[in-house]
Design a protein around this ligand. Structure first.
Ligand code: ATP
Ligand code: MG
Length: 751
């Protein structure tokens, strides 16, 4: 028998112990944040191990990667040897394992693979080009139709609605339709059904599955294949953390093994249900008792947070959320919750920096502090000024906007239209030391001779007007890139990075956090490239187009995860609230607690489903409830100190206090006074608007300006002398030269 692990069994309270020792069929432990649900789950595993249950008889599941990682770490801390043999992971990872083990039972070959969002977009693009779409003509405008289509397909899969089911329901809607409007709506449903079918067929033909398929197909596997059923019935104990996140498909999966496994044991907090957009229903928690003939127990002591923090989220739950709760508080340290109001986003960031420093001075390490926000877009807005103030952060931000990734994109773009800009950037690296004039001279010559930049680089001897230094540097680059004219993005990148250039060397030598982050970013980018190669694509042009699309969709979240090698860095953690589920930090910084942002006034565009599939739609209250849950989750991550903040003004729009604040009870509010704005800085940074950049004479900066930044991202815009303009981003004011003329020349109206 495994030894009783000291940390997990000692000091359980009575209710926790009862849950640990439970052996009367399925159990739901329904309890608030920080009450020790995850800890109790881990204790149960170690308790059962001590009773001679074998590690391989456990299946410990949850929904997010980070929560799974947390669970694995805690089990590992309790019993490292058992942890290695135990199945601990996400529902999706488990589904993938089944599919990979039995691909042929589903008609796949052994090399079946999962596409991430990039892959899904590729499949849609390649197959929809062939279709004659009427209602989804703008599918190529990523921000417009592509995102809602992907969302709708994923919702269908979460609800186990097949393309046939959808087509059937849409057909019904069409038959029932009367009047132009209803007919038009029904036609759109039919067309969506068609897109869904074509997409799904294309996936099958490519021997691929998408994320949504993983659960659905594993249910099919369990139901149709006796071998799979036997394998699954080997898991005598199924434990689920964060059960409130189950949606229809994952609940069905649990049902599929429930027959074989009487020991279903789950923990949940319905107040923390933040996956409603993926079909999670807090009602599913209430349904547990019916679905599985299970018992339900609660825990009532919060062990995580200091009193002011528990009081705040308790009040919030009581006033704003249906399921109220009161918790005993175990922590005796004073702790704090405070609100900071700053004049602008930049000053809010300064306030956060000061707070981070103050907590550090109190002995709270940077790594034990976190900045949380709803979206990566918001996080980017907050982290940019903090980075500029040299606050160490563990965050990749927008992968494709990072300078090192822009370098690599320039490399891949050398023979594309924007090759000139890429070459100027790349050849300017210290390894080549080429001045821009020389890079541009080469590009000009290549155009005059109608050859590609890559070709031209191998013929620097023929190019007139090059300085000696430029010729040497360009030739060196040319040698490094020889033979790569038709190379795939993956080959070009890896050959250049690992075999031919010195690009990585300084990064590997430096040991500082910034260099580490750059390496992590490059690693993530290589993963994107590999994924692209995996769908059999070799074209660099198509790869770059794909990147632009991911960028425009703001869907690169999968590539932002920081690999575990980087996690011992002494830097403030930065993550979305979704990503923070189940975690705890001594200091939590929660910016943007203002109107428009919390709760968010933005609702994503959705395709209305046929009436008989109404469950695919989000209910009217779902958005608001999800916002409440997000705020509740965020607050309850804090162990000692919770620092809320907001600005009076974001992106030139006035903001005021979030309506959630009034519910928290008395709150110490500090007002930060305005600090003088630096002004009149010239030069552009990577955060500039493309229109500004477009007229910029500085070509290097152009490639640093992703089209994602629209005018709304600027804090302010004001005319300056001689056709220049002052644009402020992230609180910094930049003066641009000549852009208004350029805009007018391009026929755009500028006021
Ligand atoms: P969440 O809903 O946020 O996932 P949770 O209910 O899973 O929270 P845990 O993360 O398991 O809560 O526990 C919160 C903190 O309280 C952890 O640091 C844990 O070690 C501690 N804790 C839980 N139970 C006890 C206990 N009986 N004695 C001492 N500390 C405890
Ligand atoms: Mg937990």
């Amino acid at each position: 028998a495994a030894p009783l692990p000291a940390t997990e069994l000692i000091g359980l309270d009575k209710s926790q112990r009862e849950a640990v020792e439970w052996n009367a069929g399925p159990l739901l432990l329904d309890a608030g944040p920080g009450t020790g649900k995850t800890r109790t789950l881990v204790s149960r595993i170690t308790h059962l191990l001590a009773q001679n249950v074998r590690p391989t008889e456990f299946l410990a599941l949850t929904f997010s990667n980070r929560a799974a990682e947390e669970m694995r770490e805690r089990i590992s801390a309790a019993d490292p040897e058992a942890a290695i043999q135990m199945w601990v992971g996400t529902f999706h990872a488990f589904g993938l394992e089944l599919i990979k083990k039995w691909p042929s039972a589903l008609g796949f070959s052994a090399s079946v693979r999962v596409l991430d969002q990039t892959g899904s977009i590729a499949v849609l693009e390649e197959n929809l080009e062939k279709l004659d779409l009427v209602h989804f003509q703008n599918l190529y405008e990523p921000a417009y139709e592509l995102a809602p289509v992907l969302r709708a397909i994923s919702r269908c899969k979460d609800e186990l609605v097949s393309p046939d089911d959808y087509a059937h329901a849409a057909g019904e809607a069409k038959r029932a339709a009367s009047g132009d409007e209803a007919n038009e709506a029904a036609d759109k449903m039919l067309e969506f059904a068609h897109i869904y079918r074509v997409y799904d067929q294309a996936l099958r033909e490519a021997n691929a599955v998408d994320f949504g398929d993983l659960i659905q197909l594993s249910i099919t596997l369990i139901n149709v294949n006796p071998d799979v059923r036997e394998y699954v019935s080997g898991f005598k104990h199924v434990l689920v953390d964060e059960y409130q996140d189950v949606n229809f498909a994952s609940a069905q999966l649990l049902q599929a093994f429930a027959g074989a496994n009487p020991n279903l044991w789950v923990v949940a907090d319905p107040r923390q249900s933040i996956y409603r957009f993926r079909g999670a229903e807090p009602d599913n928690v209430a349904q547990f008792v019916n679905d599985f003939q299970g018992a339900r127990r609660a825990l009532s002591t919060n062990y995580r947070s200091t009193r002011p923090i528990v009081s705040a989220f308790e009040r919030f739950a009581n006033n704003e959320m249906n399921s109220a709760g009161t918790w005993k508080v175990k922590r005796t340290e004073p702790g704090s919750i405070g609100m900071l109001v700053a004049p602008s986003a930049r000053e809010e960031a300064e306030g956060i920096r000061d707070r981070i420093e103050a907590l550090r001075a109190e002995g709270i390490a940077l790594a034990d502090q976190v900045i949380l926000a709803r979206s990566h877009l918001t996080l980017a807005r907050i982290t940019a000024p903090l980075e500029a103030m040299n606050v160490p952060l563990l965050y990749l931000g927008d992968l494709f906007e990072r300078p090192e990734i822009r370098d690599l994109l320039s490399l891949l773009a050398l023979d594309a239209e924007s090759g000139a800009i890429g070459l100027a950037r790349l050849a300017g690296l210290s390894e080549y030391g080429v001045l821009r004039v020389d890079a541009l001279a080469l590009v000009k010559w290549s155009r005059a001779n109608e050859i590609g930049v890559l070709d031209a680089l191998t013929r620097t001897a023929d190019v007139p007007d090059l300085s000696d230094r430029g010729r040497v540097g360009l030739a060196r680059l040319g040698v490094q890139l020889s033979g790569m004219l038709h190379a795939s993005p993956w080959t070009m990148l890896t050959t250049w990075l690992f075999e031919r250039s010195n690009y990585l060397r300084p990064l590997l030598v430096r040991q500082d956090p910034a260099a580490q982050q750059q390496l992590v970013a490059i690693y993530q980018f290589l993963k994107v490239t590999a994924e692209f190669g995996a769908i059999g694509e070799r074209s660099r042009r198509r790869f770059l187009a794909r990147i632009r699309r991911i960028e425009a969709l703001n869907e690169d979240t999968a590539y932002r995860a920081i690999s575990s090698e980087a996690t011992d860095m002494d830097a403030v953690r930065v993550m979305t609230i979704h990503g923070s589920k189940g975690l705890e930090f001594r200091g939590v910084h929660l910016p943007g607690i203002a109107t428009m942002y919390m709760p968010s006034s933005r609702k994503p565009v959705r395709i209305p489903p046929p009436p008989s599939l109404a469950r695919l739609a989000m209910g009217a209250d779902d958005h608001d409830n999800e916002e409440r849950s997000l705020f509740f989750v965020a607050m309850s991550r804090a162990r000692d100190h919770l620092a809320l903040s907001r600005a009076d003004r974001y992106t030139s729009r006035a903001a005021s206090a979030s309506k959630f604040l009034g519910v928290l009870g008395p709150l110490t509010t500090t007002h930060r006074s305005p600090t003088p704005q630096p002004s009149g800085q010239t030069g552009l940074t990577r955060a500039l608007h493309p229109l500004v950049a477009y007229a910029a004479t500085d070509l290097d900066t152009y490639i640093d300006c992703p089209a994602r930044y629209g005018y709304q991202a600027a804090d302010g815009l004001q005319g300056g002398p001689e056709g220049s303009a002052y644009v402020s981003f992230h609180g910094c004011v930049y003066r641009t030269v000549g852009w208004m003329e350029a805009e007018r020349a391009a026929g755009n109206s500028v006021s």
